[in-house]
Write a protein that binds this ligand. Structure first.
Ligand SMILES: Nc1ncnc2c1ncn2[C@@H]1O[C@H](COP(=O)(O)OP(=O)(O)O)[C@@H](O)[C@H]1O
Ligand SMILES: [Mg+2]
Length: 276
């Protein structure tokens, strides 16, 4: 393992319990916004569903993590360049296998990630909807979990169900919340407070409001043009709120201890999440 790669990297997973709440758009635009702040960002697309990161950005992946696991290419070859120098590890069918590997492949994956660790400050992970083992593995391996919610009963109940599993079964006690597709800042705070009230009442978990993203048609237009809204319409309301979110994420402390290193993220990822 390279000595130089042993330095803290911020690992942030974006999730939401439910599809269509804006996880991928938040991940992509948070990544581009962090890149604008000068951070070296890698975005790992951990969702095999439709409307992936590569589709949102109009990119065409040539290789996938599956090719890394079978030894045919290096992780460097899998990375594709996104806006403002952000790099993307595209989703692949290898993703599900990533969390269920044998020891030799574990080692292979860890060394593949340590190869690229020296050129990254932030690893963002866009997860699939739901509470599958894969999603839980990625969340438990990350340092920070952002749960995206919108002001709909199903979004709130699905996010609650996810947080409940993370807290009661895996001992996660800190969750960041982004309220998406709301009308006003006040509505965002109300959505957050709804979540916090129910979570802190029934679970042993603390919720923090990471940001509010308004409903804004600029985002939909950017999706149609396969561009990040923060790049295409940087002055729009939605972009300004995403840039603020990036500043907030950038202000979170990064663990200076061993657990903050990328190798440990991959190790945590490939070992079964510890049941609390
Ligand atoms: N802030 C927003 N304003 C307007 N539309 C939004 C916003 N966030 C998400 N959307 C819409 O919701 C769709 C689904 O978003 P997406 O990020 O793919 O969700 P998820 O990854 O949670 O399934 C987007 O294509 C877009 O049309
Ligand atoms: Mg998505």
């Amino acid at each position: 393992m390279e000595q130089g790669s042993l330095r803290p990297i911020q690992v942030v997973a974006v999730t939401g319990g439910k599809g269509g709440v804006g996880k991928t758009n938040v991940s992509v635009n948070l990544g581009v916004a962090l890149a604008r702040l000068g951070r070296r960002v890698t975005l790992l697309d951990a969702d095999l569903g439709l409307a992936n990161v590569d589709v949102l950005l109009g990119l065409k992946p040539r290789h996938t993590l599956k090719n890394v696991l079978d030894g045919s290419v290096s992780l460097q070859d899998v990375l594709i360049d996104g806006p403002i120098g952000m790099r993307i590890v595209p989703a692949a069918s290898g993703m599900q296998e990533m969390v269920r590997l044998g020891p030799a492949q574990h080692a292979g994956l860890i060394s593949a990630f340590s190869e690229i660790a020296h050129c990254m400050d932030v690893l963002l992970i866009d997860t699939a909807a739901g509470i599958s083992d894969e999603v839980v593995s990625f969340l438990c391996a990350a340092q920070e979990i952002i749960v995206v919610v919108c002001d709909e009963p199903t979004s709130i109940t699905d996010a609650y169900a996810l947080i409940k599993v993370l807290n009661q079964q895996y001992g996660i006690d800190r969750i960041r919340v982004v309220a998406n597709m709301v009308r006003t800042e006040d509505d965002g705070i109300r959505v957050f407070e709804k979540m916090r009230t129910v979570c802190e009442r029934f679970l042993d978990v603390s919720l923090f409001h990471a940001g509010t993203i308004p409903f804004d048609d600029h985002l939909r237009r950017a999706v149609r043009k396969q561009k990040a809204v923060v790049e295409l319409y940087p002055m729009s309301k939605v972009s300004r709120s995403l840039l603020r979110l990036a500043e907030t994420v950038d202000s979170w402390p990064i663990p200076a201890v061993a657990s903050g290193h990328l190798e440990f993220f991959v190790e945590r990822l490939v070992t079964e999440p510890r049941v609390a």
